[in-house]
Unconditional design. Structure first.
Length: 291
């Protein structure tokens, strides 16, 4: 059923053959789920400039009135790395010059992944006012959250640069680095969309994600190197965070990237993308009622 708007034609204008539809109330079914989900994604990317601007404004508003602003995050990361690096290098009997660059880059990557997943759960619920008041693509809100998280992690890049320069670590340039960065950008967007849908439907998702990330922090090679495992290193591929971190970390820290890492990383990413799109196509029409 369509809600129509009939308006008389202006003087001298030809009569309207068909009134203009204002609201289309035909329910979605079949292929229309996927078509509308894809159109939402395309419309969101077309408004990428607006999403980037909103993400930048979120950063400015979050640290409004602060002296150092987001550089408090930089300072806290530097202090944590200085304290943990020496201690864990001593406990695991590793060379500080080799361990500290590894720990620095690992903690920065993990901090970005953790904040992306935890904030992703609240993406749609925190934007409930905009969703209810304006007709905007849902993926625009996801793009906003993704840009905000990437701007936040950018403030930790000076810490990584200082540590690498201090210990004379020269990253080995590889053609896989740009591909790995693209994979991280796409995965951060897709994971945010997936958790935004689940977080809007089930309000228990944020604490579940927070608890899971705490467990994975100790299971995933973040504080320790994979080489410390004398046997069973292939079991690490079952942890989705490990291959994704390794494709970006190994070339920069000078570690050898095993042949199974890239297939595992691309496999986890492809599975995440398919699952997210199917769920978004099925649940997109109900999101406004859940937030």
């Amino acid at each position: 059923m369509d809600t129509m708007q009939n308006s008389p034609p202006a003087d001298g204008a030809p009569p309207l053959s068909r009134p203009e539809p204002v609201l289309h109330l035909v329910p979605e079914k079949g292929v229309s789920y996927f078509r509308h989900a894809w159109q939402d994604l395309v419309d969101g990317l077309k408004q990428a400039r607006l999403g980037c601007t909103l993400g930048w404004l979120d950063i400015k508003l979050r640290y409004r009135g602060s002296i150092l602003g987001p550089f408090w995050l930089t300072a806290s990361t530097a202090i944590m790395i200085a304290a943990m690096g020496v201690l864990y290098a001593y406990l695991m009997r590793m060379d500080v010059h080799e361990y500290l660059p590894f720990l620095t880059f690992s903690l920065v990557l993990w901090g970005f992944a953790s904040s992306t997943l935890q904030e992703g759960c609240r993406t749609f619920t925190s934007a409930a006012g905009l969703i209810h008041s304006a007709r905007m693509p849902y993926t625009l809100h996801v793009l906003r959250a993704t840009v905000r998280n990437w701007l936040t992690v950018a403030h930790n890049i000076p810490v990584v640069a200082v540590v690498f320069l201090w210990f004379h670590v020269t990253p080995a340039w590889s053609w896989t680095l740009p591909i790995a960065l693209v994979v991280w950008v796409l995965d951060s967007f897709i994971a945010t969309l997936l958790l935004a849908i689940l977080g809007a439907r089930f309000r228990d998702v944020p604490p579940i994600v927070a608890s899971t990330m705490q467990i994975l922090f100790f299971v995933t090679p973040v504080l320790w190197k994979p080489a410390l495992m004398s046997i069973g290193q292939n079991w690490l591929l079952l942890d989705p965070m490990f291959p994704l971190m390794e494709i970006l970390r190994a070339p920069l820290t000078g570690d050898v990237l095993k042949a199974a890492i890239w297939p595992a990383a691309l496999g986890w990413s492809a599975g995440l993308a398919v699952l997210t799109f199917l769920l978004f196509a099925r649940m997109r029409a109900r999101l406004a009622y859940w937030v």
